[in-house]
Design a protein around this ligand. Structure first.
Ligand SMILES: NC(=O)c1ccc[n+]([C@@H]2O[C@H](COP(=O)([O-])OP(=O)(O)OC[C@H]3O[C@@H](n4cnc5c(N)ncnc54)[C@H](OP(=O)(O)O)[C@@H]3O)[C@@H](O)[C@H]2O)c1
Length: 203
């Protein structure tokens, strides 16, 4: 992501975390989302703000970046609002049999891979000229990407709230730890009130 966009993050509204996320979306060629996250959060059109759409057009980008899902099972939440958004392209990578259900409003492209791995999906995206791929998690997908060395940068928001919840999710989760710890290098840190927005290089 280009540093030229940094100053916009300083014009902070009440919800700076949402602003940061939506600005990152506005810069992305495509947005990778875990199937568990789509199931939990529903989603919908990724870029809706007219000013961001105009900026994307001026930069030669599609009005909204395609949403990208990688699924080994093809057991997807087809009822999620993401699949009901007629103006939100979705690319689904899978190695599973089966077809798309009928009646999806979103233009969904099903891409069959020999193996439904994030690396294979990213290779196909690169062949489609996707350079800036934003991944919005969740923790299981984050683990798969980090384990395979596919993450260049991590944007982390620190909100100072302690809950002590025993089952609280981490940003990287799964059956096992990473094969080796990911080393992060701080690229910049922004502060808004009590929150910190941290951008790290990975690897
Ligand atoms: N606070 C935040 O910033 C934030 C951000 C994102 C998500 N979340 C939360 O995180 C939760 C969802 O996270 P999650 O960890 O349950 O699910 P997830 O990471 O969103 O998605 C996991 C799914 O990804 C698919 N997948 C594809 N390739 C994989 C691979 N190589 N290894 C593992 N999985 C692979 C699997 O689906 P198949 O079984 O079909 O292969 C797997 O079930 C939700 O509650 C969401 O709200 C929070």
């Amino acid at each position: 992501m280009g540093d030229a966009h940094q100053p916009e993050f300083l014009l902070v509204p009440a919800d700076a975390d949402t602003l940061l996320l939506t600005e990152l979306r506005a810069l992305a060629d495509a947005v990778l989302i875990g199937t568990g996250t789509v199931r939990a959060e529903g989603y919908g059109r990724l870029v809706r703000n007219p000013e961001r759409i105009a900026r994307r057009r001026a930069a030669g980008l599609a009005e909204t970046p395609p949403a990208v899902l990688v699924s080994r099972s093809l057991d997807l939440p087809w009822e999620a609002p993401l699949f009901a958004a007629a103006d939100q392209p979705v690319i689904v990578y899978t190695a599973a049999g089966g077809e798309l259900p009928g009646g999806l409003a979103a233009p969904v492209e099903l891409v069959r891979l020999a193996e439904a791995t994030p690396a294979a999906a990213l290779a196909d995206l690169r062949a489609r000229d996707v350079r800036a791929l934003l991944c919005e998690g969740g923790p299981t997908l984050n683990r798969a990407l980090l384990a395979d060395g596919l993450v260049d940068e991590l944007f982390l928001t620190l909100t100072p709230k302690l809950t002590g919840e025993p089952d609280a999710r981490r940003i990287v989760d799964g059956d096992a730890g990473l094969p080796r710890p990911a080393e992060l290098a701080l690229r910049w840190a922004l502060r808004h009130g009590d929150e910190l927005f941290l951008r790290y290089g990975v690897g």
